[in-house]
Design a protein around this ligand. Structure first.
Ligand SMILES: [Zn+2]
Length: 346
């Protein structure tokens, strides 16, 4: 992370763009999630993972963990280079998201960086080896922890509740004109697993109730190394929930909104599919950064509405007209867009 934040986002830091993403007592929230970007029943390489089906057929695939800075107070996200989930050199064993995250953590310690970083991840990440490694590399973490995968932790939680150690509360909010009641429970310092030595973690659960619908619209529980108290619990809830942004604002956009992440662009012999994914992620990064800092880009995006239309219009215009610069292209879109008259086809 030292390298990532020093190198690739140095400019964002100097221009205080990164500053705007900070939440939860000056933390950057970095969400980690695995995503698949290539699959084939035929084409494969020594690095492909594979799924064997009951009918005897095999699907070969490539996946990656995509680290993304998200913030509850920003619509944009800032993505970092992916960690590829692939069979490692000389290994016959399949690679997995868990192992890929460990490699990523080892390669990217926070180090002397001023930025404090809290990792967000789903239930796959709330395992002691990953939590310990995250702490060693000087990250904080908020990971989903489901009862089904943390039996011993939940026995401790029941015990804490019976003992009166559990803190319980409710926060009423208006969100976009709708009433929401956040009901929460939390307890600090519980062992995360049965076998010794166990890491001590802090646990919280939230349920968001919508009175108009008379139902719970969101429920989740998390473990974290941040100590929980009445003054930070709401922001902790919001931070944990922001993890969905890596799916919605990042992977969903990459898959469905013009980047076609799941389209098999090409596999090549060795590294082509990885290079194509990296180029796609780089384009996504550029677009997010432009959206953060470039007023011309912001105006064009606003005037064209959806991302798809933005891409389609640029593609079509570049097919027919030569522009000296991106600026000229954007000025053309803005000025022509305003003065456009309906074409008479009769
Ligand atoms: Zn392959």
């Amino acid at each position: 992370m030292l390298i990532l934040l020093r190198g690739r986002s140095k400019w964002l830091e100097t221009n205080r763009v990164i500053e705007e993403f900070k939440y939860l007592d000056n933390q950057l929230l970095l969400a980690l999630d695995g995503t698949e970007y290539y699959s084939s029943k035929k084409i494969n390489c020594p690095h492909c993972n594979c799924r064997k089906h009951r009918n005897g057929s095999v699907t070969y695939y490539h996946q990656a963990v995509t680290p993304v800075i998200v913030s509850p107070i920003k619509k944009q996200v800032i993505n970092f280079p992916p960690e590829f989930i692939k069979k490692q050199d000389g290994k016959t064993k399949q690679d997995c998201e868990n192992a890929a995250v460990k490699r990523w953590l080892l390669r990217n310690p926070v180090g002397q960086e001023n930025n404090q970083i809290t990792l967000l991840g789903d239930d796959l990440y709330s395992r002691q080896p990953i939590c310990e490694l995250a702490l060693e590399q000087e990250y904080n973490f908020i990971f989903v922890a489901q009862p089904s995968s943390h039996k011993s932790l939940y026995e401790w939680i029941d015990f804490s509740e019976k003992n009166g150690e559990m803190k319980i509360g409710e926060i009423k909010k208006y969100e976009k004109g709708k009433r929401r009641i956040y009901r929460y429970r939390y307890v600090n310092n519980v062992p995360m697993r049965e076998s010794e030595p166990s890491l001590m973690v802090n646990w919280y659960e939230v349920e968001i109730f919508a009175p108009a619908k008379n139902k719970v619209i969101y429920k989740n529980s998390f473990i974290t190394n941040h100590e929980l108290n009445e003054s930070n619990i709401f922001k902790m809830i919001v931070s944990g929930r922001t993890r969905w942004k890596v799916e919605n604002e990042s992977n969903n956009i990459l898959k469905n909104q013009g980047y076609n992440l799941e389209h098999n662009f090409g596999h090549g012999q060795e590294n082509l599919s990885e290079i194509l994914l990296s180029l796609n992620l780089l384009a996504f990064l550029f677009h997010n950064v432009l959206d953060l800092v470039n007023s011309m880009y912001q105006k064009v995006r606003e005037s064209l509405g959806t991302r798809k239309r933005f891409f389609n219009d640029i593609r079509a215009l570049l097919n027919y007209i030569w522009f000296q610069s991106w600026n000229d292209l954007f000025i053309f879109i803005l000025t022509e867009g305003e003065s456009r008259e309906p074409v008479n086809t009769s």
